[in-house]
Design a protein around this ligand. Structure first.
Ligand code: SME
Length: 159
């Protein structure tokens, strides 16, 4: 049976503090990338209740849909396209307060109002992006960016 994990804290910032140690315990003996990304998605979804959270993995010239939690999503995103492809191109985290104002935003769901995308970088190359969507406008801040970047740095080890 899978171990359950307890993420303490009432605010998002507090939860971000306790999540890494718990997640590391959960993943401790695992080496399979897909299993790790799948359970990381589940933990983030359960802990924060994000509308959509998942990974797009670099496969040649495109991002392919990887493990995620949420509704049906587009399966392929080109380099430089949408928020995900732009984060890949720029190699930087993008916080989009209002997706309707982001030129070229790819709408997988009309419920999505704001978004954060963090590149997973290994040896200076983007190997994947972590994409999180919210039904609230301006739901993501530098606090999210800081923690999620640390998480992605840690995950880059498994690629
Ligand atoms: N909105 C993203 C596409 C992926 S979905 O949000 C799951 C984008 O513009 O790249």
């Amino acid at each position: 049976m899978a171990e359950s994990i307890l993420i303490e804290g009432s605010t998002r910032a507090e939860k971000y503090e306790t999540l890494p140690s718990q997640l590391k315990k959960l993943i401790a003996e695992e080496t399979d990338l897909i299993s790790i990304l799948a359970n990381t998605s589940a933990v983030l979804k359960e802990t924060f209740g994000f509308f959509w959270i998942g990974f797009y993995i670099v496969r040649g010239q495109v991002l392919k849909l990887g493990p995620f939690q949420g509704s049906l999503a587009c399966m392929e995103i080109n380099f430089g396209k949408g928020v995900c492809g732009t984060a890949w191109e720029r190699k930087e985290t993008l916080i989009v307060s209002n997706v309707d104002e982001f030129p070229g935003h790819i709408a997988c769901s009309s419920f999505s109002k704001s978004e954060i995308v963090i590149p997973v970088i290994k040896n200076q190359n983007v190997v994947a992006v972590l994409d999180i969507d919210s039904t609230e406008l301006a739901d993501f801040s530098e606090t999210d960016a800081l923690f999620l970047n640390k998480l992605c740095q840690w995950l880059s080890f498994y690629f």
